[in-house]
Design a protein around this ligand. Structure first.
Ligand code: MN
Length: 434
């Protein structure tokens, strides 16, 4: 920990105590300004964004790692993420200093300040990285147990491999979209279990999955695994992920190679990447692992992160009525409950020789907790539709309907401030005409 984590440090840009973006956070994102179409890297503080391309052009990133690099006048975080931890630390320390209430460099330079610091409503936040590959894990024991119980019964809930390796599959990077992008209900094949022929049409079981995603910084050469105790040096930061899923499509198509069209139509990520540096004060122990994992998966120390997570749903009908407008929170859980750690996911992903590349997205898998109110998907919350959710206007939900908005949020609660992720949101559009 260093000065950037000092809970007493304050910015000259003021904000409420529960803001997700105090000076201790300093997440990285990519935005487009109204007055300039070229996307650039930015950070958030309170309700403002700071244009790092402007600060870079002004020569304010003048440390040994960043001088002359021009990584912030870029349409994605990839060039910056590829530089590795020393450069990330240098940028964070510099920003923390420049935004400190005691530093006058930016604060007392009205033209530079006006050019570099904008109200958040005046920028459009874009996908933060160029994502080459997207891997989705299945690392929540509670989620795997719930889904296994529904599909195979309580006695066979966890498959024999589950406690020995972080199960995952290769997802689709092309359809990863930034928060706010509408999600169209997908068409696909389903089978009701009667007769031989499948049906074709819009999914009737559209679902969300609450996940946390990691963006890869420096990759590894093909054939050279990343040891578990070095794994986090390859992770730049975390985002919220909604891994939208079509359960009826998934049930029919997933045997024997896993999900395909049921997952590939859209995956929503939050625009701000919260760095592992910012999350350092919130590291904690994860769950006990029995049986003891194989040596390549054993890591000492606090491998988990204490991140409170929530999902809320707001239907179109709720939005139309002022007193019913507040989104209904349907899940409260915590990232620290994940059985397989991020470091173990990275070590396992690469142990066979697979190379990770800068910008790859590794998602955790649905994060469910042990209680009914901490389940991270509608499949679990409504127990496959058998216990419908009741919305504030009396409507019921088994799965998502057109017009439903899903809002995910997450934050680490410090003593004096929150280090937050903002939101990952998406609204369901009706299916395309078949
Ligand atoms: Mn998933």
């Amino acid at each position: 920990m260093d000065q950037t984590h000092d809970p007493h440090r304050q910015s000259f840009i003021s904000h409420p105590a529960d803001s997700h973006f105090p000076i201790q956070n300093l997440p990285f994102g990519v935005c487009r300004r109204r007055d300039d179409p070229a996307p650039r890297v930015c950070t958030a503080i309170g309700d403002h964004v700071v244009d790092l391309a402007v600060l870079e052009a002004a020569g304010l990133f003048d440390g040994p790692e960043l001088t002359g690099r021009r990584v912030f006048s870029a349409p994605a975080l990839n060039a910056f993420m590829a530089l590795g931890r020393p450069a990330w630390r240098e940028a964070r320390a510099r920003l923390s200093h420049l935004l400190d209430v005691e530093t006058l460099t930016l604060q007392d330079d009205p033209p530079l300040r006006a050019q570099a610091i904008l109200p958040a409503r005046d920028v459009e936040l874009l996908l933060p990285a160029e994502i080459g590959d997207y891997t989705d894990f299945y690392s929540s024991r509670e989620h795997a147990t719930n889904v296994g119980t529904m599909f195979r019964g309580a006695d066979n809930a966890l498959m024999p491999n589950w406690l020995h390796l972080p199960v995952g599959y290769h997802g689709r990077a092309s359809s990863v979209v930034v928060s706010g992008t509408p999600v169209r209900r997908p068409l696909g094949q389903t089978h009701d279990g009667q007769g031989a022929a499948p049906d074709f049409g819009p999914t009737r079981e559209l679902d969300f999955e609450l996940e946390v995603g990691a963006l890869v910084g420096p990759g590894n050469p093909l054939g050279t695994p990343i040891p578990v105790d070095q794994a986090l040096d390859h992770v730049f930061g975390l985002v919220l992920v909604n891994d939208w899923s079509a359960r009826d499509v998934q049930r029919w198509e997933y045997v024997p190679l896993g999900p395909f069209l049921a997952k590939s139509f859209a995956t929503t990520v939050s625009p701000w990447v919260v760095t592992l540096e910012a999350l350092e004060p919130f590291r904690c122990a994860g769950p006990d692992q029995r049986p003891t994992p194989l040596p390549y998966l054993q890591a000492d120390g606090a491998q988990a992160f204490d991140i409170a997570l929530e999902v809320a749903v707001q239907s179109e009908a709720m939005r139309r009525t002022e007193r019913l407008k507040t989104p209904l929170t349907v899940c409260r859980t915590n990232f620290s409950q994940l059985y397989w750690s991020l470091a173990q996911q990275v070590a396992h992903h690469t142990v066979g020789g697979c190379n990770l590349r800068t910008g790859d997205l590794l998602a955790s898998g649905t994060i469910s907790g042990p209680t009914p109110d901490s389940r991270g998907s509608l499949l679990e919350i409504t127990w496959r539709g058998s216990m419908p959710l009741r919305l504030p206007n009396g409507d019921e939900r088994r799965f998502l309907e057109d017009g439903d908005r899903v809002i995910m949020t997450g934050w680490c609660q410090g003593v004096r401030h929150r280090v937050g992720f903002g939101t990952a949101e998406g609204t369901v559009l009706p299916a395309r005409e078949g």
